[in-house]
Design a binder for this molecule. Structure first.
Ligand code: PMP
Ligand code: GLN
Length: 414
C-alpha cells in the first residue's frame, strides 16, 4: 500500500455493515431510512427509465448535468441570496463523499493544516491525510448540566479559545458539518459567526458539509455559513441527494461556491470520475424543480421531512431514557447519541476485544440483543477516542414498527 494510504485502512462502515450481515440485527446503525422515499421521486425515476430520450442513458456534461446544475443554481441562489452560476460555481459529484474528496484533495497541499471538529463524519481525517495535510482536532464538549436535565445537541459546544488556538499561518481549511452527524447539532448564528471571524482573520477556507440541511427540528433554523458577511468567497458548501430525497443509494451529491475555489474540485473530478450518472441527475433535477415550486408550503418534502422525523426522534428519546440511557436530543439530522454507561454494570463485555469500550458495547449488543448502533469513537481521532467511549449512536429514520421493536428489545433486556 502506498504510504499516503496507510492511515486510511480501518473503516467503521465496512466493519459494521459486515457485522449486520453476519448477525442480522435490527439495524439502527448505518444512516439509512428503512421505508420508501417520496412517491414522486421514485415515479420520476420510472418515467425517466421509460422515456424515449435515449441521450438520458449516455454521458452527460462532466461538471454536472445541465438540467441539474440549473435547478441547483435556482435553489441555492434563492437560499444564499446571490446569483450562483450553474456552469462555474456548481459541481455535481458521486455523493457528498466525492464532493468532500474533491474539495480536500483539490485544496490541501503537503503540510497544510486542516481544522476538524470532533465528532466528525469519519472520512474527513483520512481524506486530509491522503492529501498530505495535517489534521488538527477540536472536540465539541457536553456542558455540565443539572443531573435531571436532558441534554440537547445545543449543549455540545466548542471552547472559543481552544478553537482560536488551532489557527496558525499553515491553516488552509476548516471543515464544518452543520447540521451535525452524529450529534444533531444545528450551529447557532453566534457560533457560526465566531468560526467565520477566525476563518477571515487567518485567511482560511471553510468546507461546509450541509447534507442534512433540510432536517432541522423547530425552533432551530439552519443557517448557511456561506451567507455570513465575507464568507461566500471562502466557503465550499456540500449537499447530498441521498439525504435531501431520502435515497442514500443514489449517491449523487454536489458542491457550490465561488468559481475560483470550485475550479480545484473540477480538476480532481475530471481526473478521477469525469462525469456522473445521467438518469439519476435528470430525476433529481426534476425533483428539485418540483420542490422549488412549493418551497414556501408545509407540504413540500423539504419542509415536511422534519415533521415526519421529529416524532421518531421524540419516541427514541423517550425509549432510551426509560431504559436508563442518557440521550442527547438532536436539533437536526437523523442520528442520536446516548450515554449508555448507566447500564454498564449489567453487561459483561469481556467477550469483546476491541480497544474502545463503545466498540465493545455496540458489538456485544448486536450479537446478544440483536440491536445495532454505531460506536461514536469512530468519529474521533485516536488521541480523543476516549471522549466517546460512553456513547452509542442510533439512526432513527426507521418505520415506527421497527422503532417499537427496538424499544421492546431494550425494555426486555432491562
Ligand atoms: N457528510 C455527512 C455528514 C454524512 O453523514 C454523509 C453520509 N450520508 C455524507 C457526507 C456522505 O453523503 P453521500 O451519501 O451523499 O455520499
Ligand atoms: N452517512 C451515513 C452514516 O453516518 C452513512 C455512512 C456512509 O456514507 N458510509 O451512517
Amino acid at each position: 500500500l502506498p504510504s499516503r494510504l496507510t492511515p486510511t485502512q480501518k473503516n467503521v462502515w465496512i466493519e459494521y455493515v459486515q457485522l449486520a450481515e453476519d448477525y442480522k440485527p435490527l439495524n439502527l446503525g448505518l444512516g439509512i431510512p428503512d421505508y420508501p422515499p417520496p412517491n414522486y421521486v421514485t415515479q420520476t425515476l420510472a418515467q425517466i427509465a421509460k422515456s424515449g430520450d435515449c441521450l438520458l442513458h449516455q454521458y452527460t456534461r462532466d461538471y454536472g448535468h445541465p438540467r441539474l446544475v440549473s435547478a441547483l443554481s435556482q435553489l441555492y441562489s434563492r437560499l444564499v441570496k446571490r446569483p450562483i452560476n450553474p456552469q462555474t460555481e456548481i459541481l455535481t459529484t458521486v455523493g457528498a463523499f466525492e464532493a468532500l474528496f474533491s474539495t480536500i484533495i483539490g485544496h490541501v497541499d503537503q503540510g497544510d493544516e486542516v481544522i476538524i471538529i470532533e465528532p466528525f463524519f469519519e472520512c474527513y481525517e483520512p481524506m486530509v491525510k491522503m492529501a498530505g495535510g495535517v489534521p488538527k482536532f477540536i472536540p465539541l464538549r457536553l456542558k455540565d448540566l443539572p443531573p435531571n436535565q436532558v441534554p440537547t445537541s445545543g449543549d455540545w459546544t466548542l471552547d472559543k479559545d481552544e478553537l482560536e488556538g488551532l489557527f496558525t499561518p499553515k491553516t488552509k481549511l476548516l471543515v464544518l458539518n452543520n447540521p451535525h452527524n452524529p450529534l444533531g447539532k444545528v450551529f447557532k448564528l453566534e457560533e457560526l459567526q465566531h468560526i467565520a471571524d477566525l476563518c477571515k482573520k487567518w485567511n482560511v477556507l471553510c468546507i461546509s458539509d450541509e447534507v442534512y440541511e433540510w432536517i432541522v427540528y423547530k425552533p432551530n433554523k439552519h443557517i448557511r455559513i456561506a451567507t455570513l458577511p465575507g464568507m461566500w468567497d471562502r466557503t465550499i458548501t456540500i449537499g447530498s441527494t441521498g439525504k435531501t430525497f431520502s435515497v442514500t443509494g443514489w449517491k449523487l451529491g454536489w458542491a457550490y461556491g465561488p468559481s475560483n475555489l470550485l475550479y480545484n474540485l473540477q480538476m480532481v473530478h475530471q481526473n478521477s470520475v469525469y462525469t456522473g450518472n445521467t438518469p439519476i441527475q435528470e430525476v433529481v433535477a426534476i425533483g428539485l424543480e418540483k420542490e422549488l415550486e412549493c418551497l414556501d408550503r408545509n407540504d413540500c418534502y423539504f419542509n415536511s421531512i422534519s415533521s415526519e422525523l421529529v416524532v421518531k426522534r421524540d419516541f427514541m428519546v423517550k425509549v432510551l431514557s426509560e431504559v436508563g440511557m442518557k440521550p442527547t436530543v438532536p436539533e437536526g439530522g437523523y442520528f442520536m447519541v446516548a450515554d449508555w454507561t448507566p447500564l454498564e454494570s449489567q453487561i459483561d463485555l469481556s467477550s469483546e476485544k476491541d480497544k474502545w469500550k463503545d466498540y465493545r458495547f455496540t458489538k456485544w449488543m448486536t450479537k446478544n440483543l440483536g440491536l445495532q448502533g454505531i460506536p461514536p469513537s469512530a468519529f474521533y481521532t485516536e488521541r480523543d477516542k476516549s471522549l466517546a467511549e460512553n456513547f452509542v449512536r442510533y439512526c432513527f429514520f426507521k418505520k415506527h414498527e421497527n422503532l417499537e421493536e427496538a424499544a421492546r428489545i431494550l425494555k426486555k433486556w432491562k
